[in-house]
Structure formats: C-alpha cells, structure tokens
Design a protein around this ligand. Structure first.
Ligand code: GDP
Ligand code: MG
Length: 297
C-alpha cells in the first residue's frame, strides 16, 4: 500500500432525497460519468450504490441511498433502514430537494430524520430552472429554518457548479487515507453500472412483482480491446419467479439480455456479449447472510 500524505482526505457522503429530485444527476455531475441510472422511474435506484470520486488528494465515497417508496412496497422498511445505516456511516449528508415541489410530506419526513442525526448536513435546492426566482427564494427561506450548514440553489441539469460543489463537500471530509485502493476502484463502478442496467431492464419488463425480489450480480467482466464479455446472475426468491422471468421458450430473459446489451454497448462503445443466469435463493431478503453476500449491509 502506498503512503498517503497526511493531507489526504477520504470519507462518506450520503445523498438523500425524494425519488426524482435529482440524486442520480447529482452523482453523475460529481463523478463526471453516467454512473447511477438517471431515470424517471424512482424505484430503479434500490442499491446503495457507491460512486467513488478519487482525486490526487481526496477520495469521496458517495452513498446513493434509495428514496422512500410507497408503503405498498415490501422493501420500504429495509430502505428506511438503509437510509439510517448510510447516515450512520456518513461524514456528510447531502439533502436534495426539488424547488418546484418542495416541501412535500415526504420532504418533511426526511427533514425530521435529518434533524435527529448528528451528521453535518447541507441542502441542495435543485431544479430552480423550473420555477421563477421569487419561488426559489421562498423555498430557500423555508430551508433556512432547518439546521443545514450550507444551502445551494442550483439546476444540477443545467448549471456547471460541479467544481465548487466538490470543494464545498471536501470541507466536511476528514483527513484519512483512502477507504478504497484507488487502483482497484477503476473497474468497480462499471460493474455496479452494468448491474444497475440489467436491473433496470428487468424492472421495465415486469414493473411489479419481480424487481423487488431480484438482485443482479456480475460474475464475469472480461474487457477486450473491441468487445466485452459479461456474465451475470439474476437472483430470485422463488422458482415461480424464475419461470416468469425466463418466459415462454426463454423469450423474456432474451429480451432483457438484448435490451441490456444495447445500452451497455451505447456506453462502452464496443461489442457486448452478455450472459444471464437466473438463480433461486429462497427468501433471500430475509436472510442476513444472503443480504450481505449481495452487497446489502
Ligand atoms: P433521482 O430519482 O433523485 O435519482 O433523480 P434523477 O437524477 O434520476 O432525476 C430525475 C429527473 O429530473 C431526470 O429526468 C433528470 O433529468 C431531471 N432533473 C435533474 N436535475 C434537474 C434540474 O436541475 N432541472 C430540471 N429541469 N430537471 C432536472
Ligand atoms: Mg436515481
């Protein structure tokens, strides 16, 4: 392991906010690439994706916590727990809200949660391009009543505020050697990314039951100059789900594979060969060890 300067900073940043406020856009801004999926479907970010920003003297690990979902979804309690877990690990909390919609009931619930945590917090009032300045100002005043250390009103989609945001975040990151070996970080995001794409395609294909009891793990990722070979397991809870996801004559899983290959190809710019295996581990959501194995804490 290399020696790191005592000036090296490393820490965890939890990004929280209602679905659709721009959390993924924020992450992508920070990381300079399309890492977590930006999509109008809030449910697609379920994993606690770690986007890792490495600089010469800093490494910021972003925890993209899932938003609260509608109560009808079974995993809601789990997600609340994730939010609490990532708050526990975090050196800084970034609360993102939508200037057009703030304050929703949901925002208020989160503010309540934030008020109770000892973690330093900053707030980003996003999508100010969607409201007139007077409205943005009014919402900013509402946020001022909370205990945020900093408030930023921005349009993450249109402004180029990335550098100053990173500098602001770094103020709250402690002096620490990197948590992740910078040499190993490089291929980590792409695997997460591939998993997210496959999961999104499953979500699009099934909408309801399946995505909430599925998880995707990339087992093989072989990068060649003009192509990439990927093999991934899709883990499900029950045999019946396996039958559904494979479809008649394998047509469903084939459609998922082709859609995922297309999207991965668009990003990598090379030929993609994807193999998908559907596997069953009964009741994985309730088994601590299984959750750990799949990267859930
Ligand atoms: P998440 O669910 O919180 O991760 O939200 P996303 O980052 O996926 O963004 C949800 C939608 O809002 C996407 O269509 C984004 O392009 C859009 N969006 C994000 N930031 C802005 C912004 O500053 N202005 C506008 N008009 N749209 C934005
Ligand atoms: Mg998202």
């Amino acid at each position: 392991m290399t020696d790191y300067s005592p000036k090296y900073k490393s820490g965890f940043v939890a990004v929280i906010g209602k679905p659709n406020v721009g959390k993924s856009t924020f992450m992508n801004r920070m990381l300079g690439e399309k890492l977590s999926i930006v999509s109008p479907k809030p449910q697609t970010t379920r994993h606690q994706i770690k986007g890792i920003l490495s600089g010469e003297d800093h490494q910021i690990v972003f925890l993209d916590t899932p938003g609260f979902l509608e109560p009808r979804y079974e995993l809601q309690q789990k997600m609340m727990d994730y939010i609490k877990i990532s708050l526990k690990d975090a050196d800084l909390l970034v609360f993102i809200t939508d200037a057009h919609r703030f304050p929703t009931d949901y925002d208020l619930q989160m503010l309540e949660l934030i008020a109770k945590t000892p973690v330093p917090a900053i707030a980003i009032l996003n999508k100010i391009d969607l409201v007139v300045p007077e409205i943005a100002e009014k919402k900013l005043q509402l946020l001022k009543k909370e205990s945020f250390l900093e408030l930023h009103s921005v349009s993450l989609l249109h402004d180029s505020t990335t550098t100053s945001l990173i500098q602001n975040i770094l103020k709250y990151i402690p002096y620490n050697p990197p948590y992740y070996n910078p040499d190993e970080v490089s291929d980590l995001p792409i695997k997460f990314f591939v998993q997210e794409i496959i999961r999104e395609k499953i979500f699009i294909a099934f909408r309801d039951e399946i995505p909430y009891c599925s998880t995707v793990v990339v087992e093989v990722y072989n990068d060649f100059p003009n192509k990439v070979d990927i093999a991934a397991n899709i883990w499900l809870e029950r045999k019946t789900q396996k039958i559904i996801i494979i479809g008649k004559g394998g047509e469903k899983i084939k459609a998922i594979r082709i859609a995922a290959e297309k999207e991965i190809h668009k990003i990598l710019g090379k030929r993609v060969k994807l193999q998908l295996w559907v596997k069953v581990k009964s009741d994985w959501r309730n088994k601590k060890n299984a959750l750990k194995e799949f990267g859930y804490k």
